[in-house]
Design a protein around this ligand. Structure first.
Ligand SMILES: [Zn+2]
Length: 399
């Protein structure tokens, strides 16, 4: 008689070099049952009988990566004569089309994202579809529409508290706040949300067990966001030593998103940015990098966030090159995309590492990303998420 509940298939992933989130294991064997890792060993003797062997011996294995800042529903169909911004279509159509962004993201080795801003609750729909298994993509933690205010508007902490509560009620995992101007080709640093308003939002969200990410291009907004208790702060330049120390003391995660301005410069023709916007973008990158260097030295917890929109999907991990430029070793940079974001998202007991009991998310990379982080950017050959293979670009050798 056939059992009604057949055991899930057991995989033994044989990995050349496995970085499990902290250490490197040569000739590793990762045993996967269903969506979980059940054992991590080394050498042929650790391959269980009856397991289906996946040969990743020419690759370096990493935990599934986490991108802390995306806008995955910003989708452009590249139709000639159109620009990424301003294409109009029904939200459900965009959700469907944004599967391409999701696929490109998985191809970079990113299996989890925190999506920080989407209109019409499109991110809620995408998160739910991925969680149901109806759409292939990274698992998503989402914020819905970010909370913002006009520059110079009369501060209203009560309205801000209400806005945070409304987002959570609607289904947001995180609350996103635009604490300053600055986006796309604009590097305008003007603060738009006051300390009192930020505090009202943070307190309201924390009271319900939700976390808050505050966007600020300028230093005053970052300072206020940190003091108000933001769980993460996005972007930023010219951070003073006091703010860096306060981040260390509170454990605030800083997501500098240096690479997104590199992308805007590279994609300037697609967006039709005016030529005079390019030099300020370059200058912002430099100051963003300088601040990150100082934050690394101060011991601030730094997270990888691409701030990917439109055609930047597929470049999600290039931020790690900047983090290495800022003084991190490649393993420290990889921690910014694994263990640190897992803690920030509250999933450190199941993601960000390769260990027994953890969710089976694993990336196989050709090259030596632990020595040369750039190898990660186009070296991803195979990705498993929740125990299922979602990317397979292995080069199969001739027999
Ligand atoms: Zn963003």
């Amino acid at each position: 008689m056939i059992s009604a509940t057949a055991d899930p298939p057991m995989y033994a992933l044989r990995v050349g070099h496995l970085w499990n989130g902290t250490t490197l294991i040569d000739d590793a064997v990762v045993v996967v049952e269903g969506d979980r890792i059940v054992k991590v060993g080394a050498g042929k003797r650790d391959v269980p009988k009856g397991a289906q062997v996946v040969d990743l011996r020419r690759y370096t294995g990493l935990p599934g990566l986490i991108d802390l800042h995306t806008h995955i529903t910003y989708y452009w169909d590249r139709k000639p004569g159109t620009r990424p911004r301003g294409q109009r279509r029904r939200p459900a159509v965009t959700v469907f089309l944004a599967q391409e962004n999701a696929r490109r993201t998985l191809e970079t080795g990113v299996t989890t994202i925190r999506d920080l801003g989407s209109a019409n609750e499109m991110d809620f729909a995408m998160r739910d579809l991925v969680a149901m298994g109806a759409m292939i993509g990274p698992r998503m933690f989402v914020a819905g529409q970010g909370i913002s205010a006009r520059a110079g508007a009369t501060p209203n902490p009560d309205a801000m508290r209400q806005a945070a509560e409304d987002r959570i009620k609607a289904g947001a995992d995180w609350v996103k706040v635009y604490g300053s101007l600055g986006s796309f080709e604009s590097v305008e640093t003007t603060q738009t949300i006051t300390f009192e308003e930020m505090k009202a939002i943070v307190d309201a969200a924390h009271a319900q067990g939700h976390k808050v990410a505050i966007h600020s291009y300028g230093p005053s907004g970052v300072k206020d966001a940190v003091r108000a208790g933001a769980d993460s702060v996005e972007h930023g330049i010219d951070l003073d030593d006091e703010t860096l120390q306060e981040m260390v003391r509170r454990g605030t995660v800083w997501v500098p998103t240096i690479d997104h301005n590199r992308y805007y410069i590279d994609a300037k023709d697609e967006f039709a940015f005016r030529p005079e916007t390019i030099e300020p973008l370059r200058e912002y990158i430099q100051r963003n990098l300088d601040a990150t260097r100082r934050a690394v030295q101060a011991g601030v917890r730094i997270g990888m966030g691409s701030d990917a929109v439109y055609t930047m999907f597929g470049q999600n991990t290039r931020e790690l090159g900047w983090l290495v430029k800022a003084g991190m070793t490649p393993p420290q940079a990889l921690a910014s995309a694994t263990t640190i974001p897992a803690e920030l998202l509250g999933i450190q007991d199941r993601l960000g590492r390769i260990a027994p009991g953890y969710v089976a998310d694993l990336v196989a990379v050709e090259g030596r990303p632990l020595e040369r982080i750039e190898d990660l950017f186009d070296g991803v050959r195979w990705v498993m998420k929740d125990g299922a293979v979602v990317v397979d670009k292995r080069r199969h050798e001739q027999p």
